[in-house]
Design a protein around this ligand. Sequence first.
Ligand code: ATP
Length: 199
Amino acid sequence: MGKIFYIMGKSASGKDCIYKRMMCDSDMRLLPLVLYTTRPIRDQEVPGKEYNFVNEEEIKRLRSLEKIIEERSYHTVYGIWTYATVDDGNIDLEQNDYVGIGTLESYMKIKKYFGKDSVCPIYIEVEDGIRLERALQREREQKNPRYAEMCRRFLADNEDFKEEHIREAGIIKRFQNNGDISNCLNEIHKFIGSRRKTL
Ligand SMILES: Nc1ncnc2c1ncn2[C@@H]1O[C@H](COP(=O)(O)OP(=O)(O)OP(=O)(O)O)[C@@H](O)[C@H]1O
């Protein structure tokens, strides 16, 4: 039976980078669990790779077809951005392992939908000062930097990722991404190997 390795962490903790590196590493043998989102595409992003970029109408359509496993909406300074995991026929746990990115809440819903033994959390941590520097640098490199949104997310993280919530989600293991990302990836690689041995 396949597994979904589910990456979580605060904003700018490196989830996207880690996800991309995991996807590029053929040794990890993972397929992408691609989310649907209504947020605007960022420079360098490719539709269908990081996310399926859709409009609110398409989310409504998927909702009416009961295809949405979990969804979350953020009231950003640019309007409401929705992210959703969609049962679009591309998730086959009989044949494959997957890697996805989400929040603590979406992790709990995915775990409920697919079963607790099928979903393994990969919680990424970065010291706040380093994380803020990385977030700012990333924003500076955008054609239209969204500094206000960056600040909103940094503050919202304190509530969203309270220790109490991490505990409630049943997350124990944490992966540190303060230094070289390769060190973090090596730890994740070892973890995936150990989880594949179970069941
Ligand atoms: N170990 C690392 N060392 C230096 N820079 C890093 C490291 N990991 C990630 N970064 C950089 O930090 C920034 C944030 O990383 P990334 O976009 O992957 O975070 P994220 O968790 O997906 O963020 P968000 O949830 O806000 O989209 C990026 O510019 C990335 O290149």
